[in-house]
Design a protein around this ligand. Structure first.
Ligand code: ADP
Length: 498
């Protein structure tokens, strides 16, 4: 199958979170399963510096953006057999230090930047010499593509390929003032409550939810959660309407990158059968973070965007309580200045026990996963979450709140004492997390139990091999849905006629 995947970030070219990991790994996995995959992403300035061997394509975009036209170029990189990444070049929009923001402030022209990018994706899907058989979009930044493609039906594109939209996090919807709608150049009929309009504003993600042929999200539990008022972020009614076309597919892990045996970031390889290397990784991590090198002390870690969603407030509260015990804690993260300050203060108050690194550091992320005994992930909600899966593979026991993908991937002792691989708690409170940390300490004090948890975790298999067939099934269902005269996601009959 010829598949076009479009995303605003793709690992290893650009990344702010799990979206990049997922799209990069899915593209690779689909190509290795024999499909012909094109990934499309913006050409951020830092990509060019890191990947000097990109090739300029003989292709230019000259597309309307409201009342003006914007020109762009196209670059490519053949990554491996069946997998090519295309980069949309527009220096004015993308040649910047950040992807969405700089110094905690979102770029003021994000609507223009990603509406333009979405137009380039729709244009490529229509005119590329090898037309895709399915177009797979990710998050709000590309969620306008199905509507843009649908509109092109009326402009002479007989049968556009079916579209699939994956929601990686419903909390980020790309909502902009109503005048941003003019940038889409879509007919005004699209700006209706059953289209792109959301309480008088333009909502990019909602537009995708309405017009894509198939919808997926990144874990089965999150697929159920987003159809409820509690976690539906105001779009639960729309999602309930599309329930039959909404699928929950757990993200896979790229074990080629996230492994403990052959990993350029780890000085001491290890495996489930040979865990000595893990102890050496722990000592090395303590050294790197400036903590006392003590292999007997339980070491907890977190790697996270410091956003409310991630449960930062309850983690700070629980640590406050638990640091009276002989434990160590390391944090790698960046985000809200108030949260960054919270961890920095904790470090000042508990020197020798808490070490904090603010910023983004891929290598350190691997070393924290490898060196820690426990990984804390107390999210308010979590569409899938990758770090708990990385932790399992690294023999680092995850402590998670039972929500979304965290609940789907971690098994608590109370669920199955023989197969337990982590600690789960339900209530969103510092007290409940502190109690979970106490349970972790009880596990730590019993070497046999600790080994069982670790072994179970390291055996867990969330590889893409299991995930690819599920996406292929969704693509097939999107094909049959879009074959219906109005397309599955076209509730406005007068503009969806072919
Ligand atoms: P989200 O996408 O909501 O941020 P996920 O758990 O799905 O959360 O994915 C987060 C990804 O980003 C993981 O690969 C994680 O290791 C990485 N990550 C997050 N913060 C940092 C950081 N400060 N440095 C390095 N990697 C980070």
């Amino acid at each position: 199958m010829k598949i076009l995947l479009a995303s605003s970030e793709i690992h290893p070219f650009s990344k702010t979170g799990g979206l990049a990991d997922m799209v990069g790994a899915l593209g690779k996995a689909l190509a290795r399963a024999g499909h012909d995959v094109a990934l499309v992403t913006p050409l951020y300035g830092f990509i060019r510096a890191k990947f000097p061997n990109l090739i300029r394509e003989e292709w230019t975009f000259d597309l309307p953006l409201g009342t003006r036209r914007e020109q762009g170029g196209l670059w490519s990189l053949k990554v491996e057999q069946g997998l090519t990444v295309y980069f949309v070049e527009h220096p004015g929009f993308f040649d910047r230090q950040g992807i969405y923001f700089e110094g905690h402030i979102s770029y003021a022209d994000n609507a223009e930047r990603f509406i333009y990018f979405s137009k380039c994706v729709a244009h490529l899907a229509r005119y590329w010499p090898q037309p895709p058989e399915v177009v797979h979009l990710h998050d709000w930044q590309t969620a306008l593509v199905p509507a843009l493609m649908l509109q092109q039906r009326t402009e002479g594109w007989g049968t556009p390929p079916p579209t699939c939209l994956t929601i990686h996090n419903l909390a980020y919807q790309g909502v902009f003032p109503a005048d941003a709608f003019a940038l889409t150049n879509l007919p005004q009929e699209f700006f209706r409550p059953d289209g792109a309009e959301f309480y008088g504003q333009l909502n990019c993600l909602k537009t995708g939810i309405v017009f894509a042929d198939a919808l997926t999200t990144v874990s089965p539990r999150y697929a159920r959660e987003i159809t409820t008022e509690a976690l539906g972020c105001g779009l639960d009614d729309r999602l309930r309407q599309r329930r039959k076309q909404l699928f929950g597919i757990l993200n896979g892990v790229d074990y080629g990158e996230w492994n403990t045996a052959k990993n350029p970031y780890l000085a001491h390889p290890y495996s489930a059968a040979q865990l000595d290397g893990k102890t050496l990784c722990k000592l090395a991590l303590q050294r790197e973070m400036g903590l006392p090198e003590r292999k007997e002390v339980p070491l907890f870690g977190t790697i996270s965007r410091l956003a409310e969603q991630k449960g930062v407030d309850i983690e700070l509260g629980a640590l406050e309580e638990m640091l009276s015990a002989d434990i160590q804690f390391v944090l790698l993260g960046s985000g809200s200045p108030a949260f960054e300050l919270g961890y920095q203060k904790l470090q000042e108050r508990f020197p020798g026990q808490v070490a904090v690194r603010l910023g983004y550091n891929e290598g350190l992320a691997h070393r924290i996963e490898a060196g820690c005994d426990f990984f804390i992930m107390p999210s308010q909600f979590e569409p899938c979450g990758l770090n708990q899966m990385y932790s399992l593979r690294y023999g680092t026991i995850p402590i998670v709140r039972a929500t979304g993908g965290l609940d789907d991937t971690v098994t608590d002792y109370n669920q199955d004492s023989t197969r337990a691989n982590g600690v789960k708690f339900q209530e969103y409170s510092a007290r409940a997390l502190a109690k979970a940390i106490r349970k972790a300490l009880a596990i730590y004090s019993q070497p046999d139990l600790l080994h069982r948890f670790r072994r179970n975790g390291m055996k867990a298999d969330f590889s893409w091999k299991q995930t690819v067939p599920q996406y292929l099934k969704v693509y097939e269902s999107a094909q049959s849905l879009s074959a219906s005269p109005q397309g599955a996601g076209a509730p406005i009959p007068d503009i969806s006629e072919p």
